[in-house]
Design a binder for this molecule. Structure first.
Ligand code: SER
Length: 317
């Protein structure tokens, strides 16, 4: 029987992944771990453990003592926050990965999931339909840590037969919990401001087109990748994954189809420089061929779902 540990369970992806995996595997088989002292309310139907991924001894003994078989390692600083604290971001994003990969190498774990990102690409990467294998010269600390992590995942898979799987997530859009510290976060915040009837001040330029995805698609992709037969997983660095791509202006126009008075202004800050180095769109044919990936949510589906579901109460908690 699988015993799953999700580290970084209180974050934007973690929250929804815990809920989805508990539904699928039973709530007693999915343990949520996060740096936060208190278990987020939404995860309180199952076991929660306070865990600092940098506390290697604690992470190791927890996994060994509780006979964990599968880890989803989501604890990380995202692109914008990482630029403010490069040394800590590098440490956080890399050390936890080695702790988990080593446990898998020592056969304590059967399977590992580790998220990568479109941030692995850089200014010299082709921007349209960015291929799976291409030039990668990331210029952010976050991107450098994700690219290095991808190389280590592949190394552990090839050298030590570790079953590690990964996705290069695009910007993720969801309403269950708020994102934090990402360059693509404007595409979540915009819905709260639209719902509140506020003018939205966007930190990216109107034309900053980036690959995006609705969270339900991202969670389904993660679960499909992790449950696919081992022989299908031909890429052990990380899979390109595409949902839909849009710019802030295109997103605002979709919102205006439902809220005609919605207003947006553009005040690009340092995050625009990050966005400038990332692709417009992604070629994810390897994920489609290897394990049958197909997105379900178009930009207009995302807009309709977000506007009907965002709870502006989350902003004050
Ligand atoms: N959404 C992430 C960020 O903006 C990209 O992985 O940092």
């Amino acid at each position: 029987m699988e015993k799953i540990l999700i580290i970084g369970a209180g974050g934007q992806i973690g929250t929804e992944l815990v809920l989805a995996l508990r539904k699928l595997k039973g709530k007693n088989n999915v343990i949520a771990a996060d740096i936060k002292d208190e278990c987020p309310d939404i995860l309180s139907d199952g076991v929660y453990v306070q865990m600092d991924v940098l506390n290697k001894e604690f992470v190791r003994s927890f996994i060994i003592d509780n006979k964990i078989t599968e880890v989803y390692l989501l604890a990380a600083l995202l692109s914008a926050t990482a630029e403010k604290n490069p040394a800590f971001a590098w440490r956080l994003n890399m050390e936890g990965l080695f702790t988990i990969l080593d446990l898998a190498k020592e056969k304590y774990l059967k399977k590992v999931f580790w998220p990568s990102s479109i941030a692995v690409f850089g200014p010299s990467t082709p921007v349209d339909s960015t291929p799976q294998v291409t030039v990668m010269e990331p210029s952010t600390v976050y991107g450098i840590s994700k690219l290095a992590g991808e190389r280590w995942c592949e190394y552990y898979a090839k050298k030590y037969n570790v079953d590690v799987r990964s996705i290069r997530y695009p910007g993720l859009i969801s309403y269950t919990s708020l994102p934090g510290g990402g360059t693509t976060d404007y595409a979540v915040d915009i819905f709260y401001q639209a719902k509140l009837g506020n003018k939205f001040s966007c930190f990216l330029k109107e034309g900053a087109k980036l690959p995006m995805m609705y969270m339900e698609d991202a969670i389904r992709a993660t679960i499909e990748l992790m449950s696919s037969d081992e022989k299908n997983i031909k890429i052990r660095s990380s899979y390109n994954l595409a949902g839909s791509s849009f710019s802030p202006k295109e997103l605002a126009l979709e919102i205006q189809k439902i809220i005609p008075d919605f207003a947006i202004e553009y005040k690009p800050d340092f995050r625009q420089e990050i966005a400038d180095t990332w692709p417009n769109s992604i070629d994810d044919s390897s994920a489609r061929e290897d394990w049958g990936w197909k997105e379900r949510f178009s930009t207009s589906d995302i807009v309709k779902t977000m506007l009907s579901n965002v709870n502006t109460g989350l902003l004050i908690n």
